[in-house]
Design a protein around this ligand. Structure first.
Ligand SMILES: Nc1ncnc2c1ncn2[C@@H]1O[C@H](COP(=O)(O)OP(=O)(O)OP(=O)(O)O)[C@@H](O)[C@H]1O
Length: 402
């Protein structure tokens, strides 16, 4: 996690000279007259961040194992993974806060770190904006002073700063100190501080984790829109799948220091390559059994076994929204599978229902859109949506139900 010191370390020493009024699609323009030093060729380089074959260990313990990530110009890439899988370490290496042990890092086409060549550019030369989860605003500086911290004194009241404060609804708070701001305002102030030096690359580490649920969604959506309107390459770290789905153009799932799947958010959700990726998005229902006739027999009928080998042990993971419930099946005289309701709860706009199948007593969790609160002990019709079922070869030791 960053503190004020590490943010201070990452001050970019100047902004690129750029006819921003012409080429900045954000609607928030940097003044073209900002002329402080152009840093080591980065300012004129094409945008983009390239992390190549990064491996890293702490005290001999491998944390990152050959991770490669490319973030194109204007793209938002999310690293999604559980706590401890190495996300923050990768971000710190990209920023230059940690020295590279193996691999190479380029900002645009400029190599800023190369382990084999012993090359390590310090953070302030990389033209990278950083924002960590604690925001690390300077308490003795006003909102405007915080935002302008990394840019030239002469540029501190420029068009970009004024427009950015207005767009983030901070104009009236420009002279306020951080302790008088709400969490959402502090987050927006920290984001502008990271953006003010016009970085080519923005690194965000759990940027919304300090916000309460309602504010979080709002600030997250505003930030997503803001980033889409810029040509900055953004690498964002989160362990919140919803956050990743909302923000990411592309999503990289990390596990134990490796990228296990990469793709558009919908692709990752709908075509997960391994059980870990399925379960990253929340608890799932599970059935293990032997593949017979390319199918898996369950108490709710047969499931297609996909690529699992005939005769092998396989496991089916079924998302809660893939359990379809029919409260009126009895009135309609419908036949089919039934389950008894064990419990039900309203969770925001969804209802979570726990059930047991009539045959086989298979305990299942269903998520139903809207208010659906059947009486515990009552029976409902139950089917499985095959589009929400993922079948994999069973891991060693994963027992069979059937
Ligand atoms: N400076 C350090 N010295 C020793 N071990 C470290 C250091 N920094 C991180 N680690 C260890 O490296 C592992 C990965 O940490 P990292 O912060 O990169 O994970 P993460 O995926 O970002 O987790 P979280 O989501 O909890 O922030 C953890 O086991 C952590 O304890």
């Amino acid at each position: 996690m960053a503190n004020a010191h590490s943010i201070a370390q990452t001050r970019t020493t100047g902004a690129s000279r750029r006819d921003a009024h012409l080429d900045d699609p954000s609607g928030i323009h940097h003044d073209a007259h900002r002329t402080s030093g152009i840093v080591g060729g980065i300012a004129s380089a094409p945008a983009g961040l390239h992390l190549d074959a990064i491996s890293h260990a702490f005290d001999g313990k491998p944390i990152l194992r050959g991770v490669s990530v490319t973030v194109d110009r204007g793209e938002v890439v999310c690293l999604l993974g559980p706590s401890g899988c190495g996300k923050t370490t990768l971000l710190r290496l990209a920023a230059g806060l940690e020295r590279l042990q193996q691999g190479r890092i380029c900002v645009g086409d400029v190599v800023v770190a190369d382990a084999a060549a012993g090359l390590h550019w310090p953070p302030e030369r990389r033209h990278v904006g950083l924002m960590f989860q604690d925001y690390a605003l300077f308490p003795h500086l006003t909102v405007q002073e915080n935002v302008c911290f990394g840019i030239d004194r002469s540029a501190r009241n420029n068009t970009w700063v004024r427009a950015a404060l207005a767009r983030m609804e901070l104009a009236d708070w420009a002279r306020a100190y951080p302790h008088t701001l709400s969490g959402g305002q502090q987050q927006r102030c920290a984001l502008l501080r990271a953006l003010a030096p016009q970085p080519k690359v923005l690194l965000l580490d759990e940027p919304f984790s300090g916000l309460d649920v309602a504010l979080r969604a709002q600030v997250r959506d505003e930030t997503a829109q803001f980033l889409r309107d810029t040509d900055i390459s953004t690498l964002l770290v989160t362990h919140d799948p919803e956050e990743a789905m909302v923000l990411a153009d592309r999503l990289l799932v990390m596990r134990d220091g490796r990228v296990v799947q990469e793709g558009a958010p919908a692709e990752i959700y709908l075509q997960p390559r391994e059980p870990f990726v399925v379960e990253l998005f929340g608890p799932v229902n599970r059935w293990a059994g032997r593949v017979t006739g390319k199918q898996l027999a369950t108490p709710l009928g047969f499931l297609a076994a996909g690529g699992a080998d005939e005769g092998s042990e396989a496991v089916a993971l079924i998302r809660p929204e893939g359990i379809l419930l029919d409260p009126d099946f009895a009135q309609r005289g419908a036949t089919g599978h039934r389950a008894v309701v064990l419990d039900r709860r309203l969770i925001g706009g969804l209802s979570a229902v726990t059930l047991a199948t009539e045959v086989g007593d298979w305990r299942l969790r269903a998520l139903v859109t809207g208010i659906f609160l059947p009486t515990p002990g009552s029976y409902v019709g139950i089917t499985i949506d095959p589009g929400r079922v993922f079948v994999f070869a069973a891991a060693a030791g994963e027992g069979s139900h059937g």
